[in-house]
Design a binder for this molecule. Sequence first.
Ligand code: GDP
Ligand code: IMO
Ligand code: MG
Length: 423
Amino acid sequence: MAVDLLLGLQWGDEGKGKIVDVFTEKYDIIARFQGGPNAGHTLIFDGQKHVLHTIPSGIFHEDTKNLVGNGVVIDPVIFKKELENLDKFKTDYRKNLYISRKAHLILPTHRLLDAASEASKGKAKIGSTLKGIGPTYMDKTGRNGIRVGDLELENWKEKYRLLADKHESMIKFYDVDVQYNLDELEKEFFEAVELLKSLKFIDSEQYLQLAQESGKTILAEGAQGSLLDIDFGTYPFVTSSNTTAAGACTGLGVAPNKIGDAFGIFKAYTTRVGSGPFPTELFDEDGETMGRVGNEFGATTGRPRRCGWLDLVALRYAVQINGITQLIMMKGDVLSGFKTLKVCTAYKYKGEEITHLPFNIEPENVTPVYTEFSGWKEDLTKMTEASQLPSEFMEYVKFLEDELKTPISVISVGPDRKQTIHR
Ligand code: GDP
Ligand code: IMO
Ligand code: MG
């Protein structure tokens, strides 16, 4: 069987966790392929809210296996907290959770390095989640990292010590004020490593290969979004992994010709958390309304998310680089009550109107060109069928499908698992 992908097409927080949970009943395996605890994936069902950071969003389904792939970076301390949360809900993760031996570990000093790097940048900071993501991927590509499989070796603590000592000297190099007590951090870390070691470590590329051969259905769950991709995002204001379709190949060991559907998920408007350019960002009442009604606060850091109109220039780009076959539109319910809606269809760039994403989208380089739509008043959150959706809403949907040349097959009208309309 082919491996399907579910990818965020904007700057993250599109609602991936919710939709992976909804889709899980159709899949035998859910596999995370990149990112780490910078992600915050929210699932709501049976009146309960769950936020997952590293654990795949299929974990609440008893008959589904969940894999943390080789492309993911794992912080044992945060992972332990996630597992403890699952314990509270009596979710038997020991049966269904697998971890790739090739996944890299986030050490306490990676987090400190992230903080030092950000502090040294001052106003130019990335706005990182401070989870140590950048430094961990740097050690991965620098060939210094410690992997999950290393924990099965006797001498892994020696390797750890050498790396942590090196990190400490690097922190000094930054010459910024980062307060820490490494003994305490390490105590917590080594305890968490013991819990991690009690889980199932596997050679995940082999596991997925056999699963495909035996006809198992697999969904790869993306973290972050295409505009945060290390190559294709708004560099340097990006994360440190490939969040796009190709990331699933390297982050799981799945060959490109084994990819089936690529589901692209986007909000009916746009949000971004952290620094970096955002051409359609709003600083007015409309932006404030989106943030308030959409409850736009980071699931990992609690920071308010910046809000703005939908940007089709950026979305078209994301659809194209990912080879998206079906779209999933989230949070249309948040736009109920807006008299007029705007969609950015082109940018004014160096005196010209362009429809592709240029190298530089800083505000001084691009001005969005908008198409306006009449809004709708109806509350969408109780609607269960596409036929109930207001005509103005459907016009918006039809316009996006035409512009993106891709069908919108799922419409989400609220955070709950049940508030999902399949078309
Ligand atoms: P992820 O990182 O892509 O999984 O998304 P997050 O969980 O970080 O952010 C999405 C937020 O929107 C969460 O608070 C969800 O509960 C919420 N959400 C998801 N879908 C919808 C929807 O269709 N309507 C509304 N109003 N909220 C939604
Ligand atoms: P999910 O999976 C939204 C952003 C950070 C920052 C930049 C770099 O929930 O969609 P990092 O900690 O990765 O070095 O931060 O990327 N960022 C996210 N924004 N959703 C996410 O994940 C994000 N993960 C990282 O805010 O701007
Ligand atoms: Mg999120």
